[in-house]
Design a protein around this ligand. Structure first.
Ligand code: ARG
Length: 508
């Protein structure tokens, strides 16, 4: 980078900034020396620094491509061996040792040609950076998505394990942030487990669609060489190929889909974080010290900062998705350099969201839910009113009329919570009959008790302990299935990496 603030001109020597080590012998990349010697926009154009993320991916893609070229007799085996040995050497030297270049693809090729001589340039037979970069992004992103999946599975485990301890812990449930109906901590936590389970599914789906090989599309228009696209796909652990070569080079909907799945998950996380922040404020949950933060001035404070940051990551993710989609929108076929600036949105999003997921899982796993405080609050705000209305409706009173009785009784009471006698008096006013003509006093008392209220709501998916037991079982089974799906995918990638390694070893 220029430090002098001068506006660069076309006459500027692109290597004058002391960047010799990062340049080929003539100060530019060896590759296409005559075509690209830099210029004022050299740094602007280059993605080399950002490409560190796909350095290992590019080495794998290069290896698979060269092995395939040798197998197809397009490059002879001796040359393939020299190129593959040079790639090993480039790997050992690391990304930081790469020569200057427009991007990692060009820089690696330059480094190989530096070692092998002109024959090194045969590695770029029958391909283009367009299919190459698409392959690299897919190769790296699929692994990052699996890491994100792992995070969601761990969060679900934390939610389920905590829920198991709190099937009977009643708490207030809210709508509009107002006490609405009593529920349980388990029911509340499982509501997020269900949402995160869908996030896992979306991420797995996105990773499966990402895991297709665009390699062999070349610039977009295919190649006259007798390449074997299925073979490179197999060597790289892809589940198959992106067939249409123009789609393969141009398509970035896998980035959009993946980033959207991450942003959706971040939005789920932000709701969970917000609930925990609000509950912590009310003394309904105690965060472990390691997930709380103190004030630099107010000694008494313990703040839920980590959860506030988790909540904020949704902003980053939505920003990443918006940046990505806005960059992709309206791009014509087949390759445009705009795509270079699309990719980092996905990296930033996957990193931020995966980290937030891990933090949320830790916070959930270590938090305490004070049962007495929660139970005391569970009936606040006449939150059992619906249960009394339900009891009246079960006795044959139209629900709308029952609703009217309870609304009038609530209005009648100073604090909004009528006693049983007030309930009865209002029933007489509204229906012309005593409440106890319909429901026994014990039944009304039970309906007004938060624990009984919860126990009565045993419809499928409801908060009653036996309904929650079924949800816990289903959640545990879902976690097991998804953990197995994750292992299966990672095992397949590891097996492909081992195969590629031994194929390469046969030449080197
Ligand atoms: N760095 C580029 C990217 O990320 C690689 C592809 C360059 N291809 C090209 N035709 N200029 O998209």
């Amino acid at each position: 980078m220029r430090a002098d603030g001068d506006v660069p001109t076309a006459d500027d020597d692109p290597t004058a900034a002391g960047d010799e080590s990062a340049a080929g012998s003539d100060g530019s990349g060896v590759v296409r020396r005559d075509r690209f010697s830099g210029g004022p926009a050299r740094n602007f154009l280059s993605s080399l620094a950002a490409d560190e993320r796909i350095f290992a991916a590019d080495l794998a893609v290069d290896r698979a491509h060269v092995v395939m070229l040798a197998e197809q007799g397009i490059v002879d085996e001796a040359v393939a061996g020299e190129i593959l040995a040079a790639i090993d050497d480039v790997e050992d030297a690391g990304h930081g040792a790469l020569p200057d270049g427009e991007d990692v693809h060009e820089a690696i090729e330059t480094a190989v040609v530096d070692r092998v001589g002109p024959d090194g340039g045969k590695m770029h037979t029958a391909r283009s950076r367009n299919d190459e970069v698409a392959a690299c992004i897919r190769y790296r992103l699929r692994a990052d998505l699996l890491d994100a999946v792992e995070g969601t599975v761990a969060l679900r485990e934390a939610l389920v394990e905590t829920a198991e301890d709190h099937v009977d812990t009643v708490m207030p449930g809210y709508t509009h942030l107002q006490p609405a109906q009593p529920t349980t901590v388990a029911h509340f936590l499982l509501s997020y487990e269900s949402a995160v389970a869908r996030d896992t599914a979306r991420l797995l789906d996105a990773s499966d669609r990402t895991n297709r090989s665009p390699l062999g599309a070349a610039a977009f228009a295919g190649t006259p060489f007798d390449i074997d696209r299925e073979r490179t796909a197999e060597l790289l652990g892809f589940d198959g190929i992106v067939e249409n070569s123009m789609d393969a080079a141009a398509g970035r909907d896998f980035l959009a889909e993946s980033t959207a799945a991450l942003a959706t998950h971040a939005t789920t996380l932000s709701g969970l974080a917000e609930d925990i922040v609000v509950f912590a404020n009310r003394g309904f949950v105690d965060l472990a010290d390691e997930y709380a933060s103190t004030s630099s001035i107010m000694p008494q404070k313990v703040n839920p900062d980590t959860l506030e940051l988790v909540r904020a990551v949704a902003g980053d993710a939505v920003g990443g998705l918006t940046g990505l989609l806005t960059t992709l929108k309206g791009l014509p076929r087949a390759y445009n350099r705009d795509l270079q600036r699309a990719t980092p949105h996905a990296w930033e999003t996957v990193d931020a969201v995966t980290e937030a997921t891990d933090v949320a899982a830790g916070a959930v796993a270590t938090a305490e839910w004070p049962e007495e405080t929660l139970e005391a609050a569970a009936g606040e705000g006449f939150s059992t009113a619906t249960g009394v209305a339900d009891a009246l409706a079960m006795a044959g009173v139209p629900f709308r009329t029952a609703h009217e009785v309870l609304a009038a009784a609530s209005e009648e009471a100073d604090d909004g919570t009528p006693d049983i006698d007030t309930l009865d008096a209002v029933t007489v006013d509204v229906i012309g009959e005593s409440l106890f003509e319909y429901v026994s006093r014990e039944r009304v008392e039970a309906a007004l008790d938060p624990v009984e209220s919860v126990a009565s709501r045993d419809s499928v998916g409801g908060p009653a302990p036996e309904a929650v037991a079924a949800q816990l079982e289903a959640a545990a089974a879902g976690i097991e299935t998804d953990a197995a799906a994750l292992d299966e995918r990672r095992d397949a990638l590891a097996a492909a990496a081992t195969t590629l390694e031994s194929e390469v070893a046969a030449y080197v």
